[in-house]
Design a protein around this ligand. Structure first.
Ligand SMILES: *Cc1c(COP(=O)(O)O)cnc(C)c1O
Length: 401
């Protein structure tokens, strides 16, 4: 079981019914993440990874320190995208050898920190390469380099595109041969390549296609590399279902493509280490956001449940985190799962803006003040991806259970 069980009277987290967990936390709203679900999900991913393919956790998805610490022994490495995330990974005890630092616009101070830490830098531009060479020289310490490729293909079907076409991420594939020469001239320690094409992809065939084309691209560029390619980070972007009718990602084609790509790359680039970096897929389904109903209002025939939580803690559930069309997250009345009395209601937060909507006219158990609204699928891009200062309400605690 690697997602929440909704078959009992109350949502269960870490073996506790939701109402009891709320008492344990001592307040609402809060986020809760379930260790057992995360571990089960990682085990499921391991099942389809060919032996030797590393699994990295992309901290951006959920940077709660206790969660990052819990993940550390379960994954093979961590991918970070700021000095703050670098600190989290190092504090959690991740081996700098297996930390990758990506992201556009890395500052000189961040590059120096990363070189001093000995992590692998995923270089995103020609200028960054130069700044990195300067930092390495100043520190008298070699800089470990992977070049992030903006591929010359773009795939349909990813929720959020981060590669292909004109992008601020990575270096256009056609510019790479020249940059690989610059790596050589600057005496940087070249290790390999990084490709990340997009997030929230629910189609196994699209991910497979992306893996195959990424491998082809890497093989083409490897001919221009100043040193053997020892590392290839093939990205991830595996999605989770959010709305009814969205099908769970089928891992069978992904497993097949991974095995094929590994065989191909291992033959052409002996000793190459492959890695996948997953964020949302590892933690998204293991988290829930919990808010308490404060008021129940009837306005011209529509029921509004006003809660103590809202978009300031959970921007994505309100539909304002990059979604094109607002669709409801899975929301339940977490202490009344099996209640036969049901109605259509909207769940709103306490913010004085119509954007503060957690559920728009959904079928829910009839709820009263004191009941607990639970937003499922909330383990990724929740607390840290929300404007918590907006309107001056208290910040939201997070617990790992
Ligand atoms: C955001 C990001 C990830 C994580 O993406 P998910 O969709 O959460 O798996 C991985 N790699 C890079 C480079 C990213 O920017």
């Amino acid at each position: 079981m690697d997602c929440f069980d909704t078959s009992g009277p109350e949502l269960q987290l870490g073996g506790l019914p939701l109402s009891r967990l709320a008492e344990r936390v001592g307040q609402t709203p809060f986020y809760a993440y379930d260790r057992a679900l995360i571990a089960a999900r990682i085990a499921a991913v391991r099942q389809v990874l060919p032996p030797g393919v590393q699994l990295h956790y992309a901290i951006k998805a959920n940077p709660m320190p206790a969660l990052v610490g819990f993940m550390r022994p379960l994954v093979d490495g961590m991918d970070v995208a700021s000095s703050g995330e670098l600190k989290l990974a190092l504090d959690a005890g991740a081996d700098p050898k297996h930390i990758g630092f990506a992201g556009p616009g890395k500052r000189v101070a961040e590059l120096r920190q990363a070189v001093a830490a000995g992590v692998l830098l995923h270089v995103e531009s020609a200028r960054e390469l130069q700044l990195l060479a300067d930092a390495a020289q100043a520190l008298g310490q070699p800089a470990r380099v992977a070049l992030r490729i903006n591929p010359d293909f773009e795939l349909r079907g990813a929720g959020m595109h981060m590669g292909g076409g004109a992008k601020p991420f990575g270096i256009d594939a056609e510019q790479l041969p020249e940059l690989l020469q610059a790596v050589q001239q600057n005496g940087l320690a070249f290790e390999g390549f990084h490709i990340y094409t997009g997030s929230q992809n629910l189609r196994g065939e699209v991910i497979s296609e992306s893996l195959r084309r990424s491998a082809e691209l890497v093989l083409r560029l490897a001919q221009h590399a100043p040193a053997p390619v020892r590392y290839v980070n093939l990205g991830g972007g595996w999605g989770i279902p959010y709305v009814p009718g969205e099908r769970r990602l089928d891992l069978a084609p992904v497993a097949e493509a991974l095995a094929q790509v590994q065989g191909q790359l291992a033959q052409a680039l002996p000793g190459v280490q492959l890695a996948l970096e997953l964020g949302r897929y590892l933690v998204g389904e293991a988290g829930v956001y919990v808010a308490r109903v404060l008021d129940r209002k009837l306005s011209r025939g529509q029921v509004f449940l006003v809660t103590d939580g809202g978009m300031h803690h959970h921007l994505a559930a309100s539909g304002n985190f990059g979604q094109v069309i607002r669709r409801n997250y899975p929301v339940v009345i977490g202490n009344k799962l099996q209640s036969a009395q049901r109605e259509t209601a909207s769940v709103v937060g306490p913010l004085c803006t119509p954007l503060d909507l957690l559920a728009d006219r959904m079928e829910l158990a009839v709820a009263q003040p004191g009941d607990l609204v639970a937003v499922l699928q909330s383990g990724a891009y929740g607390a840290s991806a929300s404007p918590q200062a907006f309107l001056g309400h208290p910040a939201c605690p997070e617990v790992l259970v």
